[in-house]
Ligand binder design. Sequence first.
Ligand code: FPP
Length: 242
Amino acid sequence: MKKYTDREIAAFGLDPARIPKHIAIVMDGNGRWATAKGLPRAAGHRAGMNSVKEIIRFASDIGVESLTVYAFSTENRKRPKEEIGILCGLLIEYMNREIDELHANGVRITSIGDLSWFPTAVQETVRAAEQKTANNPGMRFNIALNYGGRAELVRAMRLAFSETDEPDEDAISRNLYIADSGDVDLLIRTGGDVRVSNFLLWQIAYAELYFTDVKWPDFTPQELIKALKDFAGRERRFGGLK
Ligand code: FPP
């Protein structure tokens, strides 16, 4: 739930009228962060988990309506079994540890992607978190797990065609995993790569894109503030004229 007043938000150097409603993040660079410190990749994922916690809290406090993070792509299934196991373990640990605070803050958790691929323990933990928070009025926290943007579109189009022979854009939008989070306003990618990687392809049609070399474990609320200032300075025309 929004915690800060507009004055407090302005004190961060942010324009309260220009906070994106929907932020999406490709949380990249955990592995390289760890390797650069001579640590195992798992240490990077654990540090990344802490960034997730901090960023969710800050985004919720400043009144962001939806935050969607890429935690595991369909391509990530190609990683060694051991690393996949570590990521699954961290996800369960994170949910168990944070669910009460998220719930108390009114955050509503939804997973997007094909959860059925994951071990039962992951599925049960995620479903339980979704159910517990389903009626919460605060920020929507969407976590992409075994998610691919093209797969989401195929699914949405099939569903739309089952409703009507001639689906329009609204019919497709309605059948996306997180229809009520709407379009993405700001897409952030950490870790230095400048690509979209099959994330929310439909929803980013008019998103502002923000790329930073900062690796995900180092992406603090201060870094998010930088991205939000950059966003606030952009002129969004949605294809029209000024
Ligand atoms: C990218 O870093 C990150 C991932 C594939 C996983 C994201 C997972 C977390 C942030 C931790 C757990 C998440 C939650 C929600 C509890 P990378 O391994 O691709 O980094 P690299 O490009 O440096 O190898």
